[in-house]
Ligand binder design. Structure first.
Ligand code: PLP
Length: 381
């Protein structure tokens, strides 16, 4: 009643004060030398953050637009592409690619599991694919793909670009484009970057930039690398208006990540995420993703017998914690909790305590305080 609701869905994630303040700053012209410097710092700093040797494009739009940008600049209509799908967002790639006339093959897993490296290798041997699309963390299932192993495998297929949807992962799960052999990576501002929705970052490695040059004119306009490359080089030039305040907010988020360190940030997500999952299991939930492919950024939680999803989430929301419903076949049977971004353990503890209370109020027999204890014990190792 007295405090704001805590938004614990898998994006948007909580936006901390210093980032929120950037959103309220007084406007500057996009050609103002101060803004141009800030934008350039963001563009260059973002590339370093994930070890991208090519170009980072932080632009207005959401993660879905980044998906289109990735497809449009890396392949032509008629190209054979392979989509590795672990759920809802993998399936979104299929729709985008088919609309754009790509010849699309799909290899998918059961929800909660991943496609095996052996199956992937077998597919790659069956055809010459121009690109492989993988979702790092599928937000519908909380499943994490083995991105380093896939990158290693793709070294044997040098004509196939490796395109990774990092929207619910990058900035939480560790991602190193060079070491992991990733050609295109992208994310949205509202996920592990902890910024308001409205901006995406797409990173293109050198191989991806070469591919763009090779495929000639494309039918897309706003998302064409060639339109943006001169702007990314010199942001005082105009192509389309930059999202000024989001540039500042992303820059603040980037600085927070630089200070924390990307490895340390991933380790924090690992510690907190695993401890959250212990606490959820303690209150009677089953984590959908198998332990060997479970992400650290969010959890898809299957309810114990007898809990009504809509009632549970409504009660929880009255107590100030907002979580998300599940998608597709798990709608009504599971819920999803985001635990990524700039989140302290005191927030996580209050989420656990409130969820546990709500479980008890819904008739689940869980000992008072035991889920917070499970969390704390797991943190201590
Ligand atoms: C959220 C999400 C998207 C879509 O991003 P929008 O910003 O909602 O367009 C794509 N892929 C994954 C894995 C996501 O989690």
């Amino acid at each position: 009643m007295f405090s704001e609701k805590k938004v614990m869905i898998p994006g948007p994630t909580p936006v901390i004060g210093p980032i929120r303040e950037e959103m309220g700053r007084e406007m500057q012209a996009f050609g103002d030398p101060r803004f141009v410097r800030d934008y350039k710092d963001l563009i260059d700093g973002l590339a370093e953050l994930v070890a991208c040797k090519g170009q980072a494009f932080p632009l207005a739009g959401t993660g879905t637009l980044a998906m289109e940008m990735a497809v449009a600049n890396s392949t032509r209509p008629g190209d054979d592409i392979l989509i590795v799908s672990h759920g809802f967002f993998g399936d979104r790639f299929i729709d985008i690619c088919e609309r754009k006339g790509r010849k699309t093959d799909v290899i998918s897993s059961k929800w909660g599991e991943t496609v095996s490296i052996e199956d992937l290798e077998e597919r790659l041997d069956s055809k010459e694919y121009r690109a492989v699309f993988v979702t790092h963390v599928d937000t519908s299932t909380g499943v994490r793909a083995p991105i380093a192993e896939i990158g290693e495998l793709l070294k044997s297929y040098p004509d196939t670009l490796y395109i990774l949807d990092g929207v619910a992962a990058t900035g939480g799960e560790y991602t190193h484009m060079t070491d992991m052999n990733i050609d295109i990576l992208f994310t949205g501002s509202q996920k592990a970057f902890g910024v308001c929705p409205g901006m995406f970052v797409l990173w293109a490695g050198n191989k991806a930039l070469e591919r763009r040059a090779e495929i000639g004119k494309i039918s897309e306009y706003y998302v064409d690398f060639e339109k943006w490359l001169p702007i990314m080089e010199d942001p005082s030039r105009y192509f389309a208006t930059p999202a000024v305040n989001l540039v500042w907010a992303m820059k603040k988020s980037m600085e927070i990540m630089q200070d924390e360190g990307m490895k340390e940030r991933a380790a924090r997500h690992e510690r907190n995420g695993r401890a959250m999952q212990k606490a959820f299991e303690n209150m009677g939930f089953t984590v959908l993703a198998k332990p060997e492919c479970r992400t650290t950024t969010l959890s898809c939680l299957i309810y114990p017998e007898g809990i009504n999803d809509a009632d549970f989430r409504a009660k929880l929301s009255e107590e100030g914690i907002v979580i998300a419903g599940a998608l597709a076949e798990f709608a009504g049977k599971a819920c999803r909790v985001g635990h990524m971004g700039n989140i302290d353990s005191d927030l996580l503890i209050s989420v656990i305590a409130t969820m546990e209370n709500t479980m008890r109020a819904s008739g689940v027999n869980v000992e008072i305080g035991s889920s917070v204890a499970a969390f704390t014990k797991a943190l201590e190792g």
